[in-house]
Design a protein around this ligand. Structure first.
Ligand code: SF4
Length: 150
């Protein structure tokens, strides 16, 4: 099953770039040790391994430490979108008054990007060929909603 070129380009735009994010997944979300994260953590609290510069203190050791939750998580580019394009560098750390809003927006954008990723991927499946125009409309709708957040 081949992914068309236009879909590859769109999928690339959903690639996460942690260097442009403010550690949103490591802060906004709750997670647990049982799921392969370093600790049981409440939502909206930074992971104890997240440094002030938003980098992970144990990034190079995630595999050795069997942090499958951290390794497997993908925000589909929502983190950099929220940090750079929606809040223009304002973060939960440098603008604490907006932290709650930023976390909520991140979760909405993450879910929308995840949906868009699966819609794009479904266009590459032969059995879904008959649904292509419906899927395209849903992607356009998704883009419109994303552009109206927050
Ligand atoms: S261990 Fe590192 S990658 Fe995992 S949640 Fe904490 S800061 Fe993020």
């Amino acid at each position: 099953m081949k992914i068309h070129d236009e879909n590859i380009i769109s999928l690339q735009s959903l690639k996460s770039d942690c260097s442009q994010c403010s550690g949103l997944c490591c802060t906004a979300l709750f997670f647990s040790k049982m799921d392969g994260f370093p600790e049981d953590k409440q939502a909206e609290k930074p992971c104890s391994n997240l440094q002030k510069n938003y980098q992970c203190k144990i990034h190079g050791e995630l595999e050795k430490k069997k942090m499958k939750g951290c390794i497997g998580y993908d925000c589909f580019g929502a983190g950099q979108q929220v940090t750079q394009s929606i809040y223009f560098g304002q973060t939960w750390q440098n603008t604490p008054g907006k932290a709650k809003e930023i976390f909520d927006v991140y979760i909405v954008v993450f879910q929308l990007y995840q949906i868009r990723y699966f819609l794009l991927e479904s266009m590459s499946l032969l059995p879904a060929k008959i649904l292509k125009s419906n899927i395209k409309s849903l992607i356009q709708e998704n883009e419109i909603i994303c552009n109206s957040v927050p």
